[in-house]
Design a protein around this ligand. Structure first.
Ligand code: PHE
Length: 348
């Protein structure tokens, strides 16, 4: 009986089959259990002999079952490992790749161009106060230039006080960083300040949030020639061609005097530059505002305007991107349409 049982145990292929063998031998009505029950009817002498023998049977059968159980489990594990093996030669699934937004790309390009000219990058808060955004830039409360900014003010700030440092707004330009940089770093100074700005305005060429880069140089003996050279160098580097000319037009900003608006002209088929009086935007493109820093602004920032002069400029990053890379609607820049991003985005 024992040999038969051991053979059956050894032959069990699955844990279910093995369990059946266990029940047949050691279960309530198994044959080993039946033998154990006979011990009660035996005489003490007989039990002395049969007891150890039957217990031995039980131990032997149990040991055989344990051994077989371990073997079955090991085989199952082997099979699972074989099934779930990783094929390292298979190509890895391609993770979807994002792209650099044209605005980020252009900001990086500009930072690099200006780094080569010795400018460092400065920044200021997007939630700005009235004083830094307007007053210190020579725009007192009654100044008509304020009306042109379509400012987003924060509500519920109590009575509005002109020039109050606690009257908060979303900055309408990056020019307040001029003030912050002069106050914090003093002179001499050579910075650019890229960042988001806000105006309540929206059409194909305006979005309520857009990006500017401010430039500011403060030093002794700075004059309009430095401004012109800097703008020319930067625009040629940015548009990656020497075949452009700048047209400087007299303009007005409260914080610069004199003020200069700059148009870029491309070389035309006839060999000339730009287009006289053409309105299609292809001849001359207005790219930035600039000028010599108004001495009142230098004073507001706590520097001596008899010693320090400077120039400043501000340009729309989104517009520059649009001009260089040829998008037609500015609003699409901020729609987050993945197809647009795939088309106009840059490889990381
Ligand atoms: N801050 C001006 C604007 O937003 C641009 C500018 C900057 C003009 C610096 C002159 C000097 O329109």
């Amino acid at each position: 009986r024992l040999d038969e049982a051991l053979a059956a145990i050894a032959a069990a292929e699955t844990s279910e089959a093995l369990e059946a063998q266990r029940v047949a031998a050691l279960g309530k009505s198994g044959w080993v259990s039946a033998l154990l029950k006979t011990l009660g009817q035996m005489s003490p002498d007989q039990r002395q002999v049969e007891g150890p023998r039957i217990q031995g049977l039980r131990t032997e059968v149990s040991a055989a079952i344990e051994k077989r159980k371990a073997a079955i489990e090991a085989a199952a594990l082997e099979a699972q490992l074989a099934r779930e093996v990783l094929d390292l030669t298979l190509p890895a699934p391609q993770a979807p790749k994002g792209s650099i937004h044209p605005v980020s790309q252009v900001m990086d390009e500009l930072a690099e161009i200006f780094a080569d000219m010795g400018f460092s990058v400065a920044s200021g808060p997007e939630i700005e106060d009235d004083w830094h955004n307007f007053t210190a830039l020579n725009m007192p409360e009654s100044h008509p230039a304020r009306a042109m900014h379509d400012t987003f003010y924060f509500p519920d700030q109590g009575p509005v006080v002109a020039g109050s440092p606690t009257r908060m707004l979303l900055r309408t330009h990056t020019s307040p960083v001029q003030i912050r940089s002069m106050v914090e770093q003093g002179a001499p100074l050579r910075i650019i300040a890229p960042g988001r700005v806000y105006r309540s305005d929206s059409d194909a060429t305006h979005t309520p949030m857009f990006h500017q880069i401010e430039g500011l140089v403060i030093d002794e003996g700075i004059h309009l020639g430095h401004l012109k050279w800097t703008l020319e160098t930067f625009l040629k580097a940015f548009f990656e061609t020497d075949d452009i000319v700048l047209r400087l037009r007299p303009s007005y900003f409260p914080f610069t005097e004199p003020s200069v608006e700059v148009d870029v002209g491309y070389r035309l088929a006839d060999g000339g530059f730009g287009g006289s009086g053409d309105d299609d935007g292809h001849g001359w493109m207005e790219v930035l505002g600039s000028g010599m820093v108004n001495r009142r602004v230098i004073e507001f920032a706590g520097l001596d305007p008899d010693r320090w002069q400077g120039f400043a400029f501000g340009t729309g990053v989104d517009r520059l991107a649009k001009l260089k890379y040829g998008m037609d609607d500015l609003r699409a820049f901020f729609d987050g349409d993945v197809r647009w991003l795939e088309h106009y985005g840059f490889d990381p």
